[in-house]
Ligand binder design. Sequence first.
Ligand code: ZN
Length: 221
Amino acid sequence: MKIIKQKQQLMCITMPRFFPINAYLILEDSFCTLIDCSKKGMGAKLIQAIQSTNLPLKHIILTHAHSDHIGDVALIKKAFPQAQVMISATEMKQLQAGTKGLTPLPLQPDILLNENDRVGALLVKETPGHTLGSISLIDTRNQHAFVGDLIQTAGGAAIAGDKRWLFPFPAYATMDQKLAIQSFKQLVTEPITAFYSGHGQALLGNQNETLEKMIARAEKK
Ligand SMILES: [Zn+2]
């Protein structure tokens, strides 16, 4: 696992070469929050990363219910039993309805999230499309947006559903591409300084041309 350290976050990149999956640790003054858990088998490494912060893990937020984001959430919760597991209320409803393509959770979440909920410094934004209950989190201290699979940058920057042949997996798993484009357009109206997705490197928020190209590319399809 590769870790990119910044002042207020750790970007944990599992399997950087073959199937890059990102999880993020958000560092606050007295606690930290884990966004996504990568895939199964990565729990021990993520637990090590959490311990390396010397901060208690207070929240585990799942951006959506796919296996490469849920991973070893149960193992991580076992290691940090005080951490509250969160997913969006919409995604939970979809799971309960047995919606195809979602990965059932191995545990009961502690808190269900809705638009504009706050989790420490993070602000919840509902950004459906990749799955119907997908959420993004904006760190209100630095305007970093953690968007799950709403966009990918591995294989080329793209909105969910816009297939990139070098890394087509997020597109295969996308439920509603039109909705994803709409969510992304809504999200870029916020003053985002950087986008952090589930797969690939960060995308700077001030690259209007890149963002517009991503939207135009997706809308063409
Ligand atoms: Zn996904």
